[in-house]
Design a protein around this ligand. Structure first.
Ligand code: HEM
Length: 461
């Protein structure tokens, strides 16, 4: 592969960055820990840097004003036709997350009502009740003599988030089915991640991917059939699935094909469960690592909710510290750590010309550590989100849910759901670290996960 430098004026008008040869020389290292590479080069080259991989210019934008330009002001010039989204489309087809243009806009408008805030009361109850059910299993283990035993909370959070998604958007109790669904989604996402970097994948991996995809398809198909039957009985319900099925049946202003409906269902499964589960996993880790914050948060829960179970959405929205802790977790460990776009036409970013077709990369992980906007960026400090401090920062310095027209459609859902889960768990248990050690290693997969799961000690209060 020919790699040309990207630092000459002719290539990129003097954009700083590593030589392409040095990137090539470190390729293995970069693949093994992309975050370390990202942070090292960002520290060295600043707010806008890049290199050329083969003939492909790659540009990294790390300043809030550049983020605003790419994701909001000139968003129509930045498409999702990138390697990242093409890979995701192998699973999710042309759903909201991966599509562009007219298709995206029509579907976004159609589905927006399934995320309306009138959903929040029911969502708060569902999330709290299902989290409480999960916590019964923790309590049972403790009663059976495992008090204070270590639990890997990551798989628990994945199943919980999947069950909440099923109940909220498909009006379906997933129970046991969530386990195999979580597993299939995991296999599929893992495969597309690895096939991004390796040309020779084992045949059994490909087979496992195809099997996983078949299971996901089957689930989507089953949902559609169930929703069609359900609709006949109860025509007043209109969750996410009902909206899709109505469009499939040609009722309403938008008509969708079965494959479009399948793609939106699968998109929701992919975008809406691992992200939330990962955010909650990191939040619980941070609370375990900062016992004094955990105690203050617990006091807030008791004072504000007063033992009300399940709490209403209105009560949850009064939990200031709990929300700040969650926001800080999303800052330090943004599940969606990488946002990519392709420049449709040449553009000017800051003082630099970015050629058409350049791959433009924004990493919330790097932006959330920009030293001009975040003092001691590696420190956990929920007070950063107190209103006076938050107002003094540019809006685009904090982008866990992206920004602009492609802002996460589930951002409010993620917050309400997470507050309810944290409330259910922290009122009942004390969480502590296996050992007071360094930050768990991260695995920058499709989402930013802890590499070895998240083992915490859980003690009944
Ligand atoms: C903490 C949890 C979550 C995080 C961190 C997160 C993050 C993001 C980000 C950064 C984007 C924008 C990607 C881009 O611009 O390239 C996005 C888009 C999206 N998210 Fe989320 N998300 C979360 C939860 C959810 C939930 C709960 C749902 C659905 C139930 C969801 C559904 C979607 C969809 C459908 C899109 C595409 C929206 C569009 O382009 O119109 N997400 N998410």
């Amino acid at each position: 592969m020919v790699i040309r430098g990207f630092s000459g004026r002719s290539a990129n008008q003097g954009l700083p960055g590593p030589s392409s040869l040095s990137v090539l020389a470190r390729l293995r290292q970069i693949q093994a820990s992309p975050l370390a590479f990202l942070m090292e080069y960002t520290r060295r080259y600043g707010d806008l840097w890049g290199f050329t991989a083969g003939t492909q210019p790659v540009v990294f934008a790390n300043h809030p004003s550049l983020v605003k330009h790419i994701l909001l002001d000139n968003a129509h010039n930045y498409s999702k036709d990138t390697f990242q989204y093409r890979q995701l489309a192998r699973i999710a087809g042309k759903g909201l997350l991966t599509s562009d243009g007219e298709i995206w806009l029509t579907h976004r408008r159609l589905l927006q009502s399934a995320f309306h805030h009138s959903l929040h009361d029911e969502l708060a109850t569902t999330a709290f009740v299902l989290a409480h059910e999960m916590s019964n299993e923790f309590a049972q283990r403790n009663r059976e003599g495992g008090e204070g035993k270590l639990v890997n909370i990551q798989p628990w959070m994945l199943h919980l988030a999947m069950r909440i998604l099923g109940k909220t958007f498909f009006s379906m109790e997933l129970d046991g089915a969530s386990e195999s669904l979580v597993h299939s989604v995991e296999i599929a996402l893992d495969y597309i991640l690895h096939s991004s970097f390796q040309f020779l994948l084992k045949r059994e991996n490909k087979y496992a991917f195809e099997q996983a995809l078949a299971e996901i398809d089957q689930f989507a198909h089953h949902l559609i059939i169930t929703a069609r039957q359900r609709k006949k009985k109860d025509s007043t319900s209109k969750d996410f699935l009902d909206i899709l099925v109505a469009a499939l049946e040609g009722k309403g202003t938008v008509s969708l094909t079965e494959s479009e409906v399948r793609d939106e269902i699968v998109t929701l499964l992919i975008a809406g469960h691992e992200t939330v589960a990962t955010a909650l996993t990191w939040t619980m880790y941070l609370l375990a690592a900062h016992v004094e914050v955990q105690e203050a948060l617990r006091a807030e829960l008791f004072n504000t909710l007063g033992g009300e179970q399940p709490p209403t959405y209105q009560k949850l929205s009064q939990l200031t510290l709990t929300r700040h802790v969650f926001e800080e977790a999303l800052r330090l460990f943004p599940p969606a750590w990488l946002i990519t776009r392709r420049a449709v036409q040449e553009d000017i970013l800051g003082e630099h010309r970015v050629p058409a077709n350049a791959l433009v990369v924004i990493s919330p992980y790097a932006v959330h550590r920009h030293p001009s906007f975040w003092a001691q960026p590696e420190h956990f400090d929920p007070s950063r989100f107190e209103s006076a401090l938050a107002k003094s920062r540019p809006r685009f310095a904090y982008i866990p849910f992206g920004a602009g027209p492609r802002l996460c459609i589930g951002n409010q859902v993620a917050v309400v759901e997470s507050l309810a889960v944290i409330a259910a768990l922290v009122q009942r248990f004390r969480f502590s670290l296996a050992r007071a050690s360094a930050v768990p290693q991260m695995k920058a997969s499709v989402t930013l996960q802890p590499k070895e799961g998240m083992w915490l000690r859980i003690q009944s209060l």
